[in-house]
Design a protein around this ligand. Structure first.
Ligand code: FMN
Length: 138
């Protein structure tokens, strides 16, 4: 079995409310549970940054579904790599929005506002890994 980590960012087609985010996460968590995908989602200033980890074909199909979702556009893959084992195993889909840690971590990456398009592959990966420890309840 080939395990893949796919990172992408996108731009929400409108400002997401807590209810909008809850809706996305409820679907994601229930679906990812049955297809054995895990990952992490960040949302701030109308940008999404997401990691998806799981079996290669499953992640590919899920990504195509997600990329087609009208709630966002300008979907850009940051990286697609084979990994030895999933790292976000605790979360069917973790979530982090704006928080003191979020701002602090951005500052460490030299960003004053959340701009995933300006993150390198390593920065995006580290950002998601680190934010998985500071999740937001929605
Ligand atoms: C930013 C974003 C992230 C999403 N992440 C996931 C996810 O991890 N898993 C998932 O099943 N759906 C996710 N969705 C929702 C899918 O786009 C889609 O609505 C869902 O797979 C249900 O599809 P269906 O109605 O065809 O079953 C996400 C949507 C958005 C906008």
């Amino acid at each position: 079995m080939k395990i893949i980590r796919l990172l992408y960012y996108s731009h929400a087609t409108r400002e997401m409310s807590l209810a909008d985010l809850k809706d996305i996460l409820e679907t994601a968590r229930s679906n990812n549970n049955s297809i054995e995908v895990c990952g992490m989602l960040c949302y701030e200033q109308q940008y999404f940054l997401q990691a998806l980890e799981g079996e290669r074909e499953t992640v590919n199909e899920l990504y195509l579904d997600i990329a087609d979702d009208p709630r966002h556009d300008e979907v850009v893959i940051i990286s697609y790599e084979e990994i030895a084992k999933p790292t976000f195993t605790q979360w069917k889909m973790g979530y982090a929005g704006s928080s003191a840690q979020f701002t602090e971590l951005l500052k460490e990456l030299g960003q004053s506002t959340f701009s995933p398009a300006d993150m390198s592959v390593d920065q995006a990966s580290i950002f998601l890994q680190k934010m998985s420890a500071f999740q937001t309840d929605v």
